[in-house]
Design a protein around this ligand. Structure first.
Ligand code: PLP
Length: 394
C-alpha cells in the first residue's frame, strides 16, 4: 500500500498550476501576446549580470572537482561568512556562520524548521491569512496542525484572531512580509504587537513560541519605508530566506535559515535543523550556487519593471473602483471581486484571456491574486480588460 496522503498531494494540481497550464493551452489558439497570464510568481526580470559573470568565473577558474563537491551540510564557510557579514552591515547585528544554514530555497528552510519544532501531533502552528498555500502541506506532513487566523480588512495581521488562536499547544507562527499573495508589508507597529502576544503566551506555556519569518520578498519593496528586521523585535525568531525572487534564481534552489543567538538554546535548535535537513535528504544546498552567492551577496535586485507594472495597475485599478490591498512589496496585487465572488470574476476574466488566481487557496475567498512579474506591454493590455469587467458589475 502506498501513502494515500502523498498520492493525493502528488496528483492534486494547485489552482495556480491549473491556471498556468490553461494559459499555455491558449497560446497556440490566440497567440502568446494575447494571453494575459498573471497567474504564476516566476520573476520575469533576468538574474543580474553579476550572477552570470560569477557562474562563468567559477566554472572557468576553479577545478570542477572542487566546484561540484559536497559542501558541509550547513553550507560552505565562505558562503555563510558572506551572508553573516551582509546581514550585520544592514541590520546592525552580530551574526556569524554558526547562525546560518544554507538551504534549497525558502521552501526547504521552512520544512527544516517545521520538522525541527513539531514533535507531537497536538503541536499547532499558526498561519495568518492571506498565506502561501504550501504552508498547510508543509505543516501537516510533519504531523502538526495548522491553525488559521483570518485576515483583517487591511490585510495586516489580525491581532484579535492571533490572541484567540494562541494556546498551550502553539509551537510556532509563520508570517510572510512582504506578503504573497497580497504584496502588503506588515508595519513595525503590527509586528511589535505580535511580539508582545507571543512573549505573553510563551511565558504562560513555559516554552518558546517560535516566530518563523518567511522572507523571500524582503528586498522587493517599493516605498521608502524600511523593512523591519523581525529578530530585533522578538528573540525566538527564525528567518527563512531565499534568492528565488531577489536575484531571480527560483530554479537554482538557494536560500538559508537563520537562528540568532537570542533563540532559546540556539545551538540545540541549530542541531535539530541539521537533523531535520538530514532526514529530509537535503545533504547540502547546491554547491555552485553557494559560491555564486558568496560572490554576489551585495547585489541589489533591479526593481524597475516591477515598479512600473505596480504603479500602472494600482493607479488604474483603484481609479476603476476596484478594492486593492496596499501592495508595497513583492510582485503581487490582491484585488477584491466587485461582488465578492472571486470564482465568478476569475471565469469572466478567463473568457477574455486574463488569468488571475482566486483567493480561496490563500485563505481570502473574496480576493484574486495578480502576479505582475510580467511584461509591461501585457500589463498595459490588461487595463482595458479590467475596465470592461468592471462595467459588467455596474
Ligand atoms: N514562501 C513564499 C511566501 C513564497 O511565495 C515562496 C515561493 O513563491 C516560497 C516561500 C518558496 O520559495 P523558494 O523558491 O525559495 O523555495
Amino acid at each position: 500500500m502506498l501513502n494515500e496522503e502523498m498520492i493525493k498531494l502528488g496528483t492534486q494540481k494547485s489552482v495556480i498550476r491549473d491556471i498556468f497550464e490553461y494559459a499555455l493551452s491558449r497560446i497556440p489558439v490566440v497567440g502568446a501576446e494575447n494571453v494575459l497570464d498573471f497567474s504564476i510568481g516566476n520573476p520575469n526580470v533576468p538574474a543580474p549580470d553579476e550572477v552570470q559573470k560569477a557562474i562563468l568565473e567559477i566554472v572557468e577558474d576553479k577545478n570542477p572537482v572542487e566546484f561540484h563537491s559536497y559542501t558541509s551540510a550547513a553550507g560552505s564557510n565562505e558562503c555563510r561568512d558572506a551572508i553573516a557579514e551582509n546581514l550585520n552591515k544592514r541590520f546592525g547585528t552580530d551574526y556569524n556562520r554558526n547562525n546560518l544554514y544554507i538551504t534549497c530555497g525558502a521552501a526547504a528552510a521552512l520544512n527544516i524548521v517545521l520538522k525541527a519544532i513539531i514533535s507531537d501531533e497536538e503541536d499547532e502552528i499558526i498561519v495568518v491569512a492571506p498565506y502561501f498555500p504550501e504552508y498547510k502541506p508543509f505543516i501537516e506532513a510533519k504531523g502538526g496542525k495548522m491553525v488559521l487566523v483570518e485576515a483583517t480588512g487591511d490585510l495586516q495581521i489580525n491581532m484579535e484572531g492571533v490572541k484567540k488562536a494562541l494556546s498551550e499547544k502553539t509551537k510556532g507562527i509563520i508570517i510572510n512580509t512582504p506578503n504573497n499573495p497580497s504584496g502588503v508589508i506588515y508595519s513595525e507597529e503590527t509586528l511589535k504587537k505580535l511580539a508582545e502576544l507571543l512573549k505573553e503566551q510563551s511565558e504562560k506555556n513555559g516554552a518558546p513560541i517560535y516566530l518563523i519569518s518567511d522572507e523571500p520578498y524582503r528586498e522587493l519593496v517599493y516605498t521608502d519605508e524600511k523593512i523591519t528586521w523581525v529578530p530585533a523585535l522578538y528573540d525566538n525568531t527564525i528567518v527563512c530566506y531565499s534568492w528565488s525572487k531577489s536575484l531571480s534564481l527560483p530554479g537554482e534552489r538557494i536560500g538559508y535559515l537563520l537562528v540568532p543567538n537570542t533563540v532559546k538554546d540556539w545551538e540545540t535548535f541549530m542541531a535539530a535543523c541539521g537533523g531535520a535537513a538530514r532526514i529530509l535528504g537535503y545533504v547540502n544546498a547546491p554547491s555552485l550556487m553557494q559560491q555564486v552567492i558568496a560572490k554576489c551577496i551585495d547585489i541589489e535586485p533591479d526593481l524597475e519593471v516591477y515598479r512600473k507594472n505596480r504603479e500602472l495597475l494600482l493607479s488604474e485599478l483603484t481609479e476603476m473602483g476596484y478594492n486593492v490591498a496596499k501592495p508595497d512589496g513583492a510582485f503581487y496585487l490582491f484585488l477584491e471581486a466587485p461582488d465578492g465572488d472571486s470564482l465568478k470574476f476569475m471565469e469572466k476574466a478567463k473568457e477574455k484571456d486574463l488569468l488571475l488566481v482566486p483567493g480561496i487557496g490563500f485563505g481570502c475567498p473574496t480576493y484574486l491574486r495578480l502576479s505582475y512579474c510580467a511584461d509591461h506591454e501585457k500589463v498595459k493590455k490588461s487595463i482595458p480588460v479590467f475596465r470592461e469587467l468592471m462595467k459588467e458589475y455596474k
